[in-house]
Design a protein around this ligand. Structure first.
Ligand SMILES: [Zn+2]
Length: 253
């Protein structure tokens, strides 16, 4: 019980009639990511959301990631029984909604692809839908008019407002990682993560988008999660975002 309180989970213990193990309800007080390294499964618990957990004997079976850090020290471990949020796709702000310019050309992406590549925009963050729309438009403007690309380079973008913004989407080849565009989906978290940490809403949105792309067969079941710096000589996606994703189950160097 004490350990769980440190994990910012509130517990309610009930006896389950007819069951051998007691039923344990865990409610998150703030967004909390649970990772099961044994099954490579993850799930995000939202504030107020409850899940059912049960005791297991092997230690260190579940880790909790909070504020970008893995919180170790579980004396006992728990099995996640209920995690409906993992299944649901995040809301995606469409190109029409953010007022995208028409692409000059499109190359179809053959899915499912092998890689998800994470980027940062190396721009200030945006914390409201209005500001993020402004930012996404200016990134598209820069990519099309300065870089002379056919469209915004990324397949998706994520704001600190917790929204996902459709870039080229999951059916069009992006322009974000040289030599890997036709076998990857590029996701840009708006902000500069060499100098600041990504916030929770953006990390939750990123996790949910990755699950959604896998569930919808846009990413292979055994896809590799990469930071841009793993594939090109760049600091992208910044050390703070990079240090985060390297703890995620699909991450492969
Ligand atoms: Zn990048």
């Amino acid at each position: 019980m004490k350990v769980l309180q440190i994990m910012v989970l509130c517990l309610c213990l009930h006896s389950l009639s007819g069951a051998t193990a007691p039923k344990i309800c865990a409610c998150a007080l703030k967004p909390t990511l649970l990772i099961n390294f044994a099954s490579k499964d993850t799930c995000m618990i939202w504030p107020g959301a409850c899940l059912e957990v049960s005791h297991l004997n092997s230690p260190s079976w579940v880790h909790v990631v909070r504020n970008g850090k893995i919180m170790q020290g579980w004396r006992k471990s728990f099995q996640i029984k209920l995690c409906q949020h993992q299944q649901s796709c995040p809301k995606i702000i469409t190109r029409k909604e953010w007022g995208a310019l028409k692409p000059k050309a499109r190359t179809p992406l053959s899915t499912p692809v092998k890689y998800a590549v994470i980027h940062h925009s190396d721009t200030p963050k945006c914390h409201s839908k209005m500001k993020c729309i402004e930012r996404v438009r200016s990134i598209q403007e820069y990519h099309m008019h300065h870089n002379h690309w056919s469209d915004i380079g990324y397949n998706f973008l994520i704001g600190s407002d917790g929204n996902v913004y459709e870039g080229r989407g999951s059916d069009t080849v992006g322009a974000h990682t040289k030599f890997y565009n036709s076998q990857s989906i590029g996701i840009c978290v708006i902000g500069n993560y060499s100098s600041s940490r990504p916030n929770w809403p953006s990390l939750i949105a990123l996790k949910r988008l990755l699950s959604c792309l896998k569930n919808n067969k846009k990413l292979k079941n055994d896809y590799s999660l990469k930071g841009h710096r793993d594939l090109s000589p760049t600091k992208c996606p910044g050390k703070y975002l990079y240090n985060n994703i390297t703890h995620w189950p699909h991450y492969k160097y």
